[in-house]
Ligand binder design. Structure first.
Ligand code: PMP
Length: 303
């Protein structure tokens, strides 16, 4: 289990840098009782220049603000201040390859009325870049993603993750690595914490936005594909459309770009190494540290 914090860990909490072990959260918070909070999942990487860089920092804090607005949580914060605070959390904890978790949460409130203030915490813990090539076995979940008519599904809201937890736990209990969830129309949506792409004849397909969390990694993949001259089609499709595809992958901040071996025990047909998906994976690995050769050597096990 990840060591998320210890007695020396420093977090940013409502404008101050404090020890995680000393920080207090109100047990009467509306967030704890109703899952009513928004958060981000961000990564920082040690880049080839030796500097630690928060990957896509502006995009993540922009989404945090949009998520708060979508849920009517007051958001008095400025992106540049939060980014500076995040770098300070990394510095104070001596972190470079880290996972960063800002959460905007609600004060004491047992009713459903809008609050006049929000609280914020920024936590970070060590997380090495994912360099493996292991392909995942995925299963279609018996759980659907939340209906966008019931939730602001484009928001990264804590409560949505009960659905993610159920789906992921179910997949693991059945011996799979990860779940793939459909939307309320039985079209492919996303994984519990990542977006999905499949490959057919050199073209990548990914669910259109509307019933998914529009991932920042998904957007990055689409940008990389434009550079690599790989065609990407955003559309709704069924799990049957995915069966027998050449390849598929999940992508997200934590997962990065990770290949899928099979969906519901139906294997994707191409050797991963020969797919454009693998090219995307390599391009993403290069981008996060901004150096091609170093990472290729690292993957190959060359010092
Ligand atoms: N979908 C869900 C449900 C997620 O939790 C995540 C992770 N934030 C993603 C997609 C991927 O988003 P991102 O690339 O911004 O991390």
């Amino acid at each position: 289990m990840t060591n998320y914090y210890n007695e020396n860990t420093i977090i940013y909490h409502n404008g101050a840098f404090v020890r995680a072990a000393d920080a207090k959260m109100d047990l009467y918070s509306q967030s704890l009782h109703y899952g009513y909070s928004v958060f981000e999942g961000i990564r920082s990487y040690k880049t080839v220049s030796g500097e630690t860089r928060i990957f896509k920092a502006e995009e993540h804090f922009e989404r945090l603000k949009n998520s708060a607005n979508a849920l009517n949580l007051p958001y008095p914060y400025k992106a540049d201040e939060l980014i500076a605070a995040t770098y300070e959390v990394l510095r104070r904890n001596g972190l470079s390859n880290a996972y960063i978790r800002p959460v905007v949460y609600a004060p004491t409130n047992m009713t459903f009325v809008v609050n006049t203030e929000s609280l914020i915490v920024i936590e970070a813990w060590e997380m090495a870049p994912f360099l493996g090539d292991k392909l995942l076995r995925a299963m279609t979940s018996t759980f659907q993603r939340p209906n966008p008519k019931a939730f602001k599904i484009h928001a990264k809201a804590a409560g949505h993750y009960v659905n993610s937890i159920l789906a992921s736990q179910e997949a693991k209990a059945r011996g799979y690595d990860e779940a793939l969830l459909l939307d309320m129309n039985e079209q492919v949506a996303e994984a519990p914490g990542a977006n999905v792409f499949y490959e057919k004849n050199g073209v990548l397909y990914t669910p259109a936005t509307g019933n998914i969390l529009p991932g920042i990694t998904r957007a990055t993949v689409i940008e990389l594909c434009a550079e690599l001259n790989i065609r990407v089609v955003e559309k709704m499709f069924s799990k049957e459309d995915m069966y027998g595809a050449d390849a598929a992958f999940f992508c997200g901040t934590a997962a990065e770009v990770i290949g899928i071996a099979s969906l519901d025990d139906r294997k994707f047909t191409m050797d991963w190494d020969n797919t454009v998906s693998k090219l995307v994976q390599t391009a993403y690995k290069n981008l996060i540290v901004e150096n091609k050769q170093e990472l290729i050597n690292e993957i190959a096990g060359i010092e």
